[in-house]
Design a protein around this ligand. Sequence first.
Ligand SMILES: NC(=O)c1ccc[n+]([C@@H]2O[C@H](COP(=O)([O-])OP(=O)(O)OC[C@H]3O[C@@H](n4cnc5c(N)ncnc54)[C@H](O)[C@@H]3O)[C@@H](O)[C@H]2O)c1
Length: 339
Amino acid sequence: MGSNGSASDVKADAKQSLRVGVVGAGVMGSNHARVLAGLPGTTLVGVVDPLPAHRTRATELTGCRTFANLDELIAEGVDAVTIAAPTHLHHEIALACIAHNIHVLVEKPIASSVEEGQEIVAAAARAGVTLMVGHVERFNPAVAAIKQAISGEDILSIAITRVGPFPPRMSNVGVVIDLAVHDIDLIRWFTESDIVEVQPQLSSAVAEREDIALLQFRTASGVLAHINTNWLTPFKARNVTVATRGKYVMGDLLTRQVTECFGFKPDGSYSMRHLPVGHDEPLRAELIAFLHAVRSGGIPAVTGDQGVASLEIAIRCLETPARPAAAASARKGPRRVVG
Ligand SMILES: NC(=O)c1ccc[n+]([C@@H]2O[C@H](COP(=O)([O-])OP(=O)(O)OC[C@H]3O[C@@H](n4cnc5c(N)ncnc54)[C@H](O)[C@@H]3O)[C@@H](O)[C@H]2O)c1
């Protein structure tokens, strides 16, 4: 896996200022612009969005210039862009940037299909530009603490819960592509292994697309993993537990409390401790890592191939046919919402 870079890397690199743009000024793109505007050694050249109201908001937030289309940004001259436009546009926008030898960070999921993702990866490789995928959860300090706690351990199983209420703006994807893809990436990253078996259970209780998913996996290394995700829970929860032969690690990704149980004794006793967890903003750490990879030419922290692999598993979850018994008992229609 590539180097994550750090704040000190950015300071050291700051002599070589990079001209960076953001494509898409919605929820994520606004955050990209806010963070990039404050990074040393980085010039935020501007933000692209077709919606005037979103351009105005970006200017108010960062004071940067805005453009109605990508060509105008490219004409200004940029070394790198982050792409936070809707997922179905990632392919077209990434290819256009790569064609101009611009380094690219694409938000997750990398694209709408595996084929589109592979085309982005191939184009970046041909052009020799850095391509990173915005799996920001890897930069959550609680996730980093879990990764460190299980390093060198014999991992047996992983369970991840990522639930919450419906997002205010419904996109055209369900919980598997929108939420579970984060955790598919974490399972692949924690185990450093590919997912080889997929057993999905999906349901649409309220939305057109799946809004509940219970996903089970087996990795090539033999780890069993489970994701519980939905948009039907009235509060947000993001929890990770990892069982290894020697430890049981529990992390709350929101409160950033990570605890490990270890030293299991035959009498059932064990030790427990809270692990130190950093305070970095995950998106800031991610963008620093991207710019570090651009400057160093090194392998980015989340490669295009890794982004494609996680998308491929998410799509497989959607395409795996329900067994006949499961299909027979599937919900006939959306649940009636009371009130
Ligand atoms: N890493 C994460 O945790 C995370 C969280 C949320 C969203 N995302 C990803 O970020 C991307 C954007 O999601 P969002 O929630 O910010 O969506 P959003 O709808 O809030 O924002 C998308 C923006 O892109 C703009 N846009 C549309 N067409 C464009 C074009 N041709 N060029 C430039 N901009 C264009 C829209 O006007 C809008 O402002 C998606 O791929 C999503 O999966 C990632």
